[in-house]
Structures are given as structure tokens and as C-alpha cells.
Design a protein around this ligand. Sequence first.
Ligand code: AMP
Length: 281
Amino acid sequence: MKIFKNKLELKDFLSKQKKEGKSIGFVPTMGALHEGHLSLVRKAKEKNDISVVSIFVNPTQFDNEEDLLKYPKTFDNDVKLLESVNCDVLFFPSVEEIYKDNIVSNNFNFDGLEHQMEGKFRDGHFDGVGTIVKALFEIVEPNIAYFGKKDFQQLQIIKKLVKKYKIPVKIKGCVIYREDDGLAMSSRNARLTKEHRKTAPFVYKTLKKAKKKFGIKNANELTEWVKKQFKKQVLLELEYFTIADEKTLETATVIESNKKYRAFIAVFAGEIRLIDNIRLK
Ligand code: AMP
């Protein structure tokens, strides 16, 4: 695997590959890699000649300084994992390489997608995401970029970003990888205390139960039911549960048969914020 820290060197290398007619599959990450990330790399390898992964803990998408400082960093292990799936290229830039000395976001209008759910609770988060993903797309110029449905709102926002800015890249949404007990894989899981880790699968269990009840209970009743379940769980604090239209991400009050819905959840397990979602029938 080739490792680049310098964007011009990476650009130069990739443009040579493209001139030879090779296609590029790209997986942006913040490192501390797990099976969920590797599943995206495998997809990128399946459909493209060259797989590129970036590892960059993007400061502008964090609204919580401590979360940024404590974000897990496991570079040596990440390299091993990427080599185990035969990743071709790793881009590992410094903050200066990406932002020079001006660590700020651009402002984006994602037609309201950015004001729902995560947007309500993480100030400026999607401006940060938009800024870094646009910058990375300009450097890598991938044919296809792969994102996990674990961050479903982010996936919809990236699709909007490439449409609005006419960035010639195809965006692929990929399934959520879970631990055996159902907890959605996340780099932040490593920071859970033993007790919180034990309790955390309750999040997905509740989502699955909510899915079963969808259609029997209406959206409002279901939301109240979920809130009640979390009140019984002293170790977990529900931040939001919402049933939303997959396209607009707006909270659904009335369910229409021609629309697709998903349940979205954010929960604090001690200091660690967990998010998850599930497709509803
Ligand atoms: P992150 O490193 O958390 O920024 O994630 C990088 C990419 O991996 C994003 O597209 C995430 O949605 C995706 N991802 C993270 N966790 C999972 C998971 N459990 N299953 C599938 N994709 C994931």
C-alpha cells in the first residue's frame, strides 16, 4: 500500500493512474478502523481498479473539543488492517495540509437536510463534513465514493453536495456493520466503559422492536414508546428518536404509503454519543 501525506503527490500519482484508464474507488474515514470501514474498502476494490482510503480526523466537524481530542487514533493498526484487505492507497494528511492555517468550514445549503436530527444537536457539523468531503473529492477525484448508512444523514447530505456542486462522482451507500450483539460498529465504541459497552446493544434492540411496532403504533406513539424504554435504562440517555422520511429527513407525523421511512436515534452512553438507524417497512 502506498501512503501519501502530501496532496499534490497523491494527485500526481492518481492522475497517472487515470491516464492509464484506471478507475478510482474512494473511502473517506477518520481512522480507528473497524470491520465497517473495511467493508467499504472491499466494495471499493470490487468495482474499481484502485482503492483509496483517507484517514483524517476533521477538526471542523466537531462541536465538542473533548470529543475531538479524545477521538481514538490507532494509525499503525489501521495500516495493518488496510494492508489485510489489499487497499492500494492511503491518504493521511495533516490538518495543515488540508486547511493551511485557516481551520474553518464553508457554509453550505443542503436544502434543509442539514437542519434535521444531527444538525439540531451538533452545531456546524455538516458544514464541517461538507468542507472536508468536497476538499477530498477535489484531491482524489474518485469515480465512486463509498459511505456507510450508519451515518445515513451524512450519506444523504453528500449526495446533495455532489448534485449541487456538480462533482462527477457516484455515491454508494453501504450497509451498517454490527457487532455480534447488534451494536453498530463505531470508532467511538472503544471509548465505552465496560458497563456502557454491555448496555449499548439496547439501542439496536429498541430500534428493532420499534420496527416491529411501526404500522401498529403511529409515529407519535412509537416515539413516546421509545422514550419510555430509555427512561428505564439508567446507563443510557436518549438524545433523540425520530421517524423520518428517507429523502427529506423531516420527522414524519403521518405515514404515507408511497414514501420510505427510517427510524433514527442518538443516545449518550456516559460521555460517548452513539447513533444508529433502521429502515422501516
Ligand atoms: P468515520 O471514520 O466514522 O468517519 O466513518 C467513515 C465511513 O465509514 C463513513 O462513511 C461511515 O458511515 C462508515 N461507517 C462507520 N461505521 C460503520 C459501520 N458500522 N458500518 C458501515 N459503515 C460504517
